[in-house]
Structures are given as C-alpha cells and as structure tokens.
Ligand binder design. Structure first.
Ligand SMILES: *Cc1c(COP(=O)(O)O)cnc(C)c1O
Length: 373
C-alpha cells in the first residue's frame, strides 16, 4: 500500500506518469468526506460504519477524522482495528453468531450493543454477563426478494421468532432494539419501509416499546444505474418510523453506501486474443464481487487517450491459472484494445480490500489518492 501525501489530480495522470505494474485502487478522499457529510447531516439518527465493507486504515482514519463516532464490527479483529484508529469509538457488535471467547473480547473492548437472532445467542450473552444497561437488538428477516444479495439467507429470526426473542430481551432487562438488513446495494428505498412496518408489528406482537431501531446497511452506490438519491432513503425511513406508538431512536450502518463511490479500480490488460482478454486482476482479487453482483461501469484508457471507439464482446479472464478466474459476463471492450491498456472500474470502494486472496502469488495492489475519480 502506497500513501502519498500529495494526491494526484486523477487516475489518468497517475497512470501516465508511473505506468504501474500492479492494479491500482484510486481513492478520492473528498468523495468520501462528501458522502459521510450526506449521511451525518441527512440520516435522522446515529450513523455507524460497517467495517467489513472497507477495513483499510486510510478509510477508517478519514471516517474518524470526519466525525463518525460509531462502528458496526463483526469480530475481535475488527474491534481491535477500529480501536487502533478511533479509541473512543462506539462499538456495535452486530454479527449475531459469536463464541463465548468473542463475547469476552467484545466486553473487554467496551462493547455495549449486540445483536441476536436466536435464543441460544441471547443465552450466551447472558451467561457471559453483559451489563444490564447494554443494548440487545433482535435481528429479523422478511421473505422478500429484490436486493442483489440475500442477507436473510444467513441471519435473522422470522417475525414470530423475533417477537418472542424481543420479549425475552425485555424481560432480561436489556435496552430493547430491533434490526434488519434489506440486502446490499438496495435500489428501492421502499424496501426500508417494508422492513420498518414489520418491525412495528413485531414490537406490537411482543408488547415491547423498543428504544432503538437499527435499519442496517444496504444503501447503494451510484452503480445501480438509476442515479443515487440518498435523501429519498432518509425520508422514507423517517416517515415509516412514525408508525411506532413511541418513536424509537434510529441507527444505520452503511458499508457500501458510504465507501463504494470514493474509489475506482484500475486493472491492466496483460494479453489480448481473439474474443478474449487477460487482466492483471480477477475474481480472486479486486474483482471478487463480479460473480455475485457487480454491474460493470468502466472506461478504457490507451497510452495517451481514452478508447471510445467501436466495441465487441470479450470474455475476460483474471491472472491466475484457475479456469474459474473469469468474469461471469463478457464485457463490451474497444476493438482497438491493446496490451498495456487500463480498464478503470467505477465505484469500487466496497468489498474489495477485505476479500482479496494471495492465490497464485497475486493480490498485491497500490492505493493512490486522487482529487477526483
Ligand atoms: C455487511 C453489513 C452491513 C453493511 O452492508 P452494506 O450493504 O454494505 O451497507 C451492515 N450491517 C450488518 C450487520 C452487516 O453485516
């Protein structure tokens, strides 16, 4: 990782000057600051950041410096990382499956907010002696499709289970809360209203007046292809919460929505053949999200100009010797594409740094700060 004190103007000026060998993650600090500002000023509650979306030091540092006080963490390692950068941060341990050792590590680090989706996990928290003033959020799921990625497949109680669990949390004397995740890159703000309506029903069924509602992540990057109107999401959430008898405080935990648009990712063309192209990164590295959800949005840079001419469909491979290392969809690439050209993918700040493997000796990249992407 290279960090330069003086940012380059843009990715093109960096690539022209240095002709780098490794893939390059371009970071526009101002874009991150601007998005953080939009969340902090627009969201009607507490904003926390889901660390797994991009756990790099430079992102965490800029978020802490920009006034972000809370983090959604999922493991003792993420807790240690956040505390090394923002020791005063408010930690929300919202991975609903934890070993007793992980709970102890959370307690030692000062965690006071936990989520659960099953009675066995609540029992573990009680056995480990979490404090009476701690918040316990019950995570529920709905049988809805629509998001790019189904978070409910792994975590979340059904609405009936959630009502029973919420009652137990209240009886045990903890601060009561409900939480959900609409699914990442959620293009439809109404999805939040659907989940909030369900939360209202769960609280009613349990006869518990919840103190806080955690609306999770899911806020999209611009890559939905339909523009991004974050304010609309905030308005829908604010309006939907008025259905509670007593309005709970709100908290959100964006990952992708906060960091994705602050980065682009440059990969270099290693070889061009008839109908196929080989890149210096692929699905075991920075392009790991392509099989599950990426709608590619990119431009192609030749040695001294952007290639805007006629395109053809090309099958795209990564650099490893594994035949799985291929993008799931062909890309429309310029007919004059050459070895040494760069493909610059937009909105690549989320779920890239944390999931890169070292397979076949790849996985290194540079990180370069730019003024604009
Ligand atoms: C991953 C995760 C998030 C962030 O999701 P995004 O779709 O990236 O916003 C938020 N909350 C929890 C509990 C998560 O696991």
């Amino acid at each position: 990782m290279l960090q330069r004190p003086e940012p380059y103007l843009d990715p093109v000026s960096y690539l022209m000057k240095h002709n780098p060998e490794l893939p390059v993650h371009f970071f526009a600090v101002d874009a991150l600051r601007e998005r953080l500002g939009a969340f902090l000023s627009g969201f009607p509650g507490l904003v926390t950041y889901a660390v797994k979306a991009n756990p790099s030091d430079e992102v965490l540092t800029h978020l802490v410096d920009g006034g972000l006080a809370g983090f959604d963490v999922a493991s003792p390692e993420e807790i240690a990382l956040v505390q090394s950068i923002g020791p005063q941060s408010d930690l929300h341990y919202n991975n609903p499956v934890r070993t007793e050792r992980e709970i102890q590590a959370g307690l030692r680090a000062g965690v006071r907010s936990w989520s659960v989706d099953d009675a066995s996990e609540l029992d573990k928290l009680i056995r480990q002696g979490i404090g009476a003033d701690h918040e316990v959020s019950v995570r529920f799921k709905l049988p809805v499709a629509g998001a790019h990625y189904n978070f409910g497949e792994k975590f979340g109680a059904t609405e009936t289970e959630a009502a029973a669990l919420l009652q137990r949390v209240a009886r045990a004397g903890f601060r009561t809360a409900l939480t959900f995740h609409v699914g990442t890159q959620c293009g439809d703000p109404q999805a939040y209203a659907t989940y909030i309506a369900a939360a209202i029903n769960i609280a009613k069924a349990a006869r518990v007046s919840i103190k806080r509602l955690n609306v999770g992540g899911g806020f999209p990057s611009v890559r939905t292809g339909q523009g991004l109107n974050l304010q609309k999401y905030f308005e829908v959430i604010h309006a939907a919460v008025s259905g509670f008898e007593t309005r709970p405080d709100l908290i959100c935990e964006p990952g992708r929505g906060l960091v994705a648009d602050a980065f682009s990712y440059g990969v270099c063309v290693k070889s061009v053949r008839a109908g196929r192209v080989y890149l210096n990164d692929g699905i075991y590295g920075g392009l790991s999200e392509f099989p599950s959800m990426v709608i590619p949005d990119f431009r192609v840079l030749g040695p001294d100009h952007e290639r805007n001419g006629k395109t053809s469909e090309m099958v795209v491979f990564g650099p490893t010797c594994d035949s799985l290392d291929q993008l799931p969809h062909s890309l429309h690439l310029p007919d004059d594409l050459c070895e040494g050209d760069w493909i610059l993918f937009r909105s690549m700040g989320a779920y890239l740094t944390g999931v890169t493997t070292r397979f076949n000796g790849y996985g290194n990249r540079e990180t370069v700060q730019v003024r604009r992407l």
